[in-house]
Design a protein around this ligand. Structure first.
Ligand code: COA
Length: 328
């Protein structure tokens, strides 16, 4: 069967209104603005209001992505929503978005923590390439404020709430574009996981184990080390598969966890920091929402332009990690 070409049409994002600054956090736990900024680059994070759920954030980001693409809900026949903080244990949060936006076809969630958007993008790309759907909303949406231990300074300063979305379309053109052609579309994606590192970044509760929601726990230093190594190797591998190097990329759109991780990874890939979209200061680590949030900011700020070659990459709990290469 001939594969279709999968092209990105537009992006959108949403951050909850309430802002929590480092200064305000220092009144909740024993920390300082200086410590947080120096170690992570984060200045503030957004916190969902009471009664504001992951689906509400996802719907707002998706509406903006649809608007940017010149489409409405019924033009979409697939939603893949990446989240680790669903509204309910089931059904999938994606089905709430489907009902709100009146999209057609089918909708489901993907759970791969901070690399969730890369997994969702990969899954949607495969469905569209096979012609099982025509247009997809790929969303990353999270309310991490609900799974943080607000007494643990090592973790609660790092995360925030938010959502980002991208609209993809499968086209009749044959196969993925090549680097030389200059045509828009997804070149490829690369996913990895290693369950041996399950316990360096996890939530200490769950439906089957404790029947509680639990709180996020992390061995920060270990995660840091893995992040730099795994993000750079998956990025380099994907570029090499397409005969490219870091210097060929117009923009790296990395998972926004920590500016030091982003900086070290870009260096290893061989790209300078002025080719990296950096938004972590504004919203902290929003897990699966972070890559589409950064992508949307890059597009709306005029940095990312039509025809730019983008390398998206992320790593999270699992450990799981991945990258995507596309021309916008
Ligand atoms: N405010 C002030 N001090 C803090 C603090 C905070 N919020 N959190 C930790 N500290 C303290 C520690 O208690 C430790 O004190 P000690 O030296 O007296 O024992 C000191 O700061 C250094 O802690 P350490 O963990 O070694 O710091 P670090 O340089 O590794 O930075 C992280 C900590 C969490 C910022 C860093 O490890 C990191 O970013 N890891 C990756 C996290 C991440 O991105 N996870 C998500 C991936 S998807």
């Amino acid at each position: 069967m001939t594969e279709r070409r999968v092209v990105a049409l537009g992006s959108g994002s949403y951050l909850p209104e309430k802002i929590l600054t480092n200064e305000e956090l220092s009144k909740i736990v024993d920390t300082t603005d200086d410590w947080i900024r120096e170690r992570t680059g984060i200045r503030k994070r957004h916190i969902a209001a009471e009664g504001e759920f992951t689906s509400h954030l996802a719907i707002k980001a998706a509406e903006r992505a649809l608007e940017a693409s010149g489409l409405t809900g019924p033009d979409i026949d697939l939603i893949v929503l990446a989240t680790t903080t669903p509204d309910n244990t089931f059904p999938a949060t994606a089905t709430r978005v489907q009902a709100a936006l009146k999209t057609k076809g089918f909708a489901f969630d993907v759970q791969s923590v901070c690399s969730g958007f890369l997994y969702a993008l990969s899954v949607a790309d495969a469905f569209l390439a096979r012609g099982q759907a025509k247009r997809a909303l790929v969303i990353g949406a999270e309310t991490y404020s609900r799974i943080l231990d607000w007494t643990e300074r090592e973790t609660c300063v790092l995360f925030g709430d938010g959502a980002g979305a991208v609209v993809l379309e499968g086209r009749e053109a044959v196969g993925a574009p090549t680097a030389a052609s200059g045509e828009p579309g997804i070149f490829g994606t690369l996913l990895r996981s290693d369950g041996n590192f399950y316990d360096i970044l996890y939530v200490d509760g769950g439906v089957s184990s404790t029947q509680t929601t639990g709180h996020l726990r992390m061995k920060g230093r270990e995660v840091f080390r893995h992040a730099v190594e795994k993000l750079s190797s998956v990025g380099e591998d994907l570029l090499a598969r397409h005969g490219l190097k870091g210097e060929d990329v117009d923009w790296i759109v990395p998972h926004q966890a920590n500016s030091r991780i982003i900086d070290s990874t870009a260096r290893r890939i061989g790209a300078s920091m002025d080719k990296v979209i950096l938004t972590v200061a504004e919203h902290g680590n929003t897990s699966a929402a972070s890559v589409p949030l950064a992508l949307d900011w890059g597009v709306r700020s005029g940095k990312i332009r039509k025809g730019d070659l983008l390398l998206l990459e992320a790593m999270g709990g699992g450990l799981s990690w991945g990258a995507a290469l596309l021309r916008w």
